[in-house]
Design a protein around this ligand. Structure first.
Ligand code: HEM
Length: 247
């Protein structure tokens, strides 16, 4: 498979360090810009903490009354695990210094694809469970953003395949086009899901189950998580777009 993904991270410098006592030669990897790497690694750590809190609290909210689960708890569990856990992690796999940074680009793309497919299916099923449970649909901002997230997720899932096989499909669709639209649709889907979640957290049931202050903090955490997660796709989009314009 052709290497059709731009890795924005600078190449590593490998220094050979002589061990004086036993004459064994070891290799030490010295990053070329330690500061940027430290900031990126810290952002990755912060992201995982935020994902843990947001998903954990949503699971607590959904499971607090025990089983059997009604339509709303099922809906919340599937949507939050789909969007804020699996889809966020899927986007992060392609960022430098992510949790799969030690894998090759080809394998990171497979991890990304797998997480995106599972996350999208869970999120779409979770959304449809609640749509089917309602008599009047899309009459709230929460529902409207949820619908937008479902639409963009579905499109992103389809053209993600085109992006994965961009080289093979280059005669039907220019590779750069499938990649740019995939980044665009995927990022919009994730942002729509986050806005939708904020309106979900803002609902009376959620605020009553936790506290108003904690719900507000969770909304701020969702905004912070979303911002960190979309930084790399936006940078990649900029690099690819400006490259396409120059060529
Ligand atoms: C990423 C997270 C979420 C997504 C993508 C999402 C998406 C959706 C969708 C698509 C609908 C159907 C709208 C309609 O047919 O009119 C809906 C309805 C609903 N959701 Fe969520 N939801 C999420 C999180 C939550 C959370 C955390 C709660 C917690 C209370 C919640 C509670 C509800 C309720 C009560 C409804 C029915 C009332 C309404 O439409 O506003 N959802 N959601």
């Amino acid at each position: 498979m052709p290497p059709n993904f731009n890795d924005l991270s600078p190449p590593e410098r490998i220094d050979v360090v002589e061990a004086p006592k036993d004459n064994v030669v070891t290799q030490e990897i010295v990053p070329s810009n330690v500061g940027i790497k430290a900031v990126r690694s810290f952002a990755t750590l912060l992201t995982h903490i935020l994902i843990g809190i947001i998903v954990g609290v949503s699971l607590f909210f959904s499971l607090r009354n025990g089983t059997p689960l009604g339509a709303t708890p099922q809906h919340v569990i599937l949507c939050v695990i789909g969007y804020q856990f699996l889809m966020a992690e899927a986007i992060l796999t392609l960022a430098p210094d992510s949790w799969v940074a030690s894998l090759s680009l080809k394998h990171r793309r497979w991890v990304h694809t797998g997480l995106q497919i599972i996350g999208s299916i869970l999120a779409i099923v979770g959304s449809f469970i609640k749509m089917a449970d309602k008599e009047v649909n899309f009459n709230t901002l929460h529902g409207k953003f949820g619908l937008a997230a479902v639409v963009f997720t579905s499109v992103s899932l389809v053209n993600g395949c085109a992006s994965l096989y961009a080289y093979e499909l280059r005669k039907c669709i220019p590779g750069i086009l499938s990649k740019l639209t995939h980044i665009c649709f995927g990022t919009v889907a994730f942002v729509m899901a986050s806005v939708c979640l904020c309106y979900g957290i803002d609902k009376g049931s959620f605020r009553n189950a936790l506290s108003t202050r904690f719900a507000d903090s969770l909304i701020i955490m969702t905004g912070t998580l979303t911002t960190i997660v979309i930084i790399n796709p936006l940078l990649t989009f900029y690099v690819k777009f400006s490259g396409a314009i120059k060529n």
